[in-house]
Design a protein around this ligand. Sequence first.
Ligand SMILES: Cc1ncc(C[n+]2csc(CCOP(=O)(O)OP(=O)(O)O)c2C)c(N)n1
Ligand SMILES: CC(=O)[C@@H](O)[C@H](O)COP(=O)(O)O
Ligand SMILES: [Mg+2]
Length: 641
Amino acid sequence: MAQLLDRIETPRDLRGLTYEQLQTLAGEIREFLVRTVDGIGGGGHLASNLGVVELSLALHRLFDSPKDKIVWDVSHQVYVHKILTGRKDRMHTIRQFGGLSGFADRKESEHDVFGAGHAGTSISAAVGMAVARDLKGEDFYTIAVIGDGAMTCGMALEAMNHAGHLGLHRLIVILNDNAMSISPNVGALSRNVNKLRVDPLYRNAKREIGELVEHLPLGRQVWEGAKRVKASLRDLLVPASFWEQFGFEYYGPIDGHDIRELEATLKAIKKVEGKPVLLHVLTEKGHGVPEAAADPIKSHSGTYWLKKTDPSAPPPRPTYSQVFAQAVQELIESDPRVVAITAAMLEGTGLAPVHANHPGRVFDVAIAEQHAVTFAAGLATQGIRPIAAIYSTFLQRGYDSVVHDVVVQNLPVVFAMDRAGFVGDDGKTHQGFIDISYMRCLPNMVVSAPKDERELRDLLYTGIQHNGPFAVRYPRGSGPGAPTNLPMQALPIGKGELLREGRDIALVGFGAPVTECLKAANLLAAEGIDAAVVNARFAKPLDEELLLGVAQSTAGIITAEENVRAGGFGDAVLELLADHGLADRYLGALAMPDAIVDHGPQATMRHLYRLDAEGIAAAAREALAGRGATSNTATPTPSLA
Ligand SMILES: Cc1ncc(C[n+]2csc(CCOP(=O)(O)OP(=O)(O)O)c2C)c(N)n1
Ligand SMILES: CC(=O)[C@@H](O)[C@H](O)COP(=O)(O)O
Ligand SMILES: [Mg+2]
């Protein structure tokens, strides 16, 4: 059966469709999305995409992409946009190694005018494009589509402030409000705005006014008047003038699943001159797929809810995030000073159940990493011991707060940096490859990484006892399976451990690669090469005695880390050896190259970058043969498409 979707190759193909056909098409797109996400191993951002089907259709009918610039915030919701802009046939490769990115990507299409992955950047980018347009005397619309979660980012509000100050025209911000971040959205702003969603007075009045406008002979002409009535109703419930204070003309809230209403409103907005516009659309995360709408948290990302689990399969090992969360729970329950902080990642960090058990001790501050860190600093000044649980990649957003508020004042904040190293299917915007470098250069900062789950618990405990900033990084996914039921114990700061004696070469791992170093030593032993293995545990301070010792008792050291080489753990070891006149004992750095690394399964990527046992063993052989031993320096990404 020929489907409408089969006929859509470019946005132009949408133009002649009737509203009835558009509704049918929306249904076909939803089916296609579910099939696509179901078919890809690591899952995708299903619920957010289901929520923007009608909005994507309306935008691509009324605006002329790529001349008009549609900037998607976070851009985890661009699947529909990708389908409509010539990538439908490659959607089965999305988030697969060598396939389409799960986010907007300038490399991929001229319709992806701005790449993203982190939240809160769309309005700033759109303002930049609008100003560039005016500087160059060009004429197009710039549209930022931003979720209610992303709108909690400080930088989104900074951009609103600037746009309103400039009085930019043909700049449209679409606030896609589904009342959800990954978890229920957090914040006073969100709470106020969402009174509208639930208030029957407003909803009924809005529907009646809508019907009135439809049925009047001069319906379109009374639009402005009706809008004013709507605005005053709205103002009874929320200070909607909030957006107007930014210098924006405010439209909405409208039903983001009603294509007719969306198009009528967007047509009116296109005529606004002399100031930017904010259009507030109400949508439902997971719309049109009951299982997804019923559990938008689970269906935010991943396919687990789509799959039937095999009851006979052994239970999966706990993830590092789960081990972390269990340890936090124990720390909260045993030490009244301990609190935990997340920036909108209650689920991802594992803290959701701890929050449920201890709502007063676990704080979700919304997508506000910078605030999260300085909030932690403030707590620490008052004797509280905060654990800031922030993915390695997202802590980049809070870096000045780490430096200015925590490090300069030497405050005891524990940074639990989840998703450090290879992040898998999210790819280049989410890789945790620079935190060792950005933390190691800071005075006062301790930088640690566990070799396994038990050590993660012990490092957290150590961090809580330490009187200064303390960072612990750990990877996405599960560890080697060390016990997690032993009491936590303090580890001596700056002390590593020799896991295996060896005469020929020393393999020194930091974090996840330690297990691979041990496996590599076994591979080498079978060939008669006797490799020592060191669990460094700390990149700062280094265990100087241990490292200098193995450097001198073997031909030298190879280091392995899931971080860029520049400024990373290997560089720290090289500096130490050079300071002791032993630079020639530094035999090789297995680390990430100076390159952007795309998405791919962790195991595949570890293999490509020689950070698995085989790669480490090969590097050791090369080093002992007198050749340089390093990771791949290119980014070997095949093309699936
Ligand atoms: C700086 C940053 N912090 C955290 C995240 C993780 N994250 C991705 S999507 C998301 C929720 C976004 O909510 P919203 O913008 O409302 O979009 P929705 O999924 O509801 O459509 C979060 C917290 C991120 N991408 N960037
Ligand atoms: C878009 C985004 O930033 C998050 O949704 C992210 O994809 C979650 O990653 P995890 O699945 O690793 O928590
Ligand atoms: Mg949302």
